[in-house]
Design a protein around this ligand. Sequence first.
Ligand code: PLP
Length: 374
Amino acid sequence: LLIFQPTDPVPPDIQFDVTRRFHADPKENKINLGQGTHRDENGLPWMLPSIQMAKISLGEINHEYLPIAGFQPFLTEATKLLFDGTEALAKERIASCQSLSGTGALMLIGLTLKKLNSAPDVIYITDPSWVNHHLMFTTIGFKVEIIPCYKDGDFFFDAYIATLKTAISGSPIILHTCAHNPTGCDPTRDQWKTIGTTIKERGLFPIFDSAYLGFNSGSFDEDAWPIRYFLEKLDIEVTVCLSLAKNMGLYGERIGLVTCALSSSSAAKVAQSMIQNVQRATITAPPAYGARVAAAILGTPSIREQWAEDLVVMSSRIRKMRKRLYEKLQRLQTPGDWSHIVRQTGMFAYLGVSKTRVKYLEGQYIPQTIVCTH
Ligand code: PLP
């Protein structure tokens, strides 16, 4: 039986393929603009001081399986990080499960929603969005509908709200909590308020895709504001897919959390059981090392203080790089308006450079000639 033969190979993932081409490129002065990973001034991965402290604090560890839901100290600390002081946490209305980073968190909630008796057909994502959203949710069996969110270097609020108002009630919607991937254009707080009210009116189920909390502004709480506003001020059930890849520099450890703050403790119990059931069906139990490191950071006051500083270091460097790029383009009198580079936020900038030019920059351009040296 030749079951794979009548099918063509799937093209490589566009984001990972940039990294592959980067490694294959023999040029010396090259920068990988594909995957979002923080780099220091030498272009190298930065080992956060807080991570180093946490690793030392772990001492000898064993390599036993974790429970299906994950490492309990991590679950407790990460849930508190998001929901400390909320009524939902006090009244045990929260279900939390450790996940394979942000991607795994989205997968767990997607598969869980699909198993409900009232399983929704449609899920809403932004256009454009993180490249994996469409692939993941169609793979899970959703019909993916898109909501425009970008125009001329800014968040396209009017089009976003107009489409949101036509969304099918009961459907999940993916919200980029901050540092929108790939545009870098976030709603203002006032716009978030209107988005929240509209979501409530339409009876949608918001899923906050939170890959950059603390990494954007330098403050976790500042970046998590929309989540708490929806939950506490608008009284909406929320799900958070939290990644600790960027904000803790734990990319390859695949550490994250899916957590649902629901309207009753009985609903939270059902959600907890269903998410764990999906975890069992897909990976059985999550990996332990990143969870131990993250729990040590969050649960040890001195290490947590260091982590708060590390977030400021990383986010400030990103802002500085954006400013320098903008200033250099200005100095070189590059045609066009580049102010969106400093208006947009986070590690992504939607440059608006054409495909032909990108191909030229990657292929023929000799970077040594105008490398930014300061
Ligand atoms: N969601 C968004 C919007 C992202 O930008 C990313 C990573 O780039 C992720 C989720 C998933 O990241 P990870 O699985 O590495 O935590």
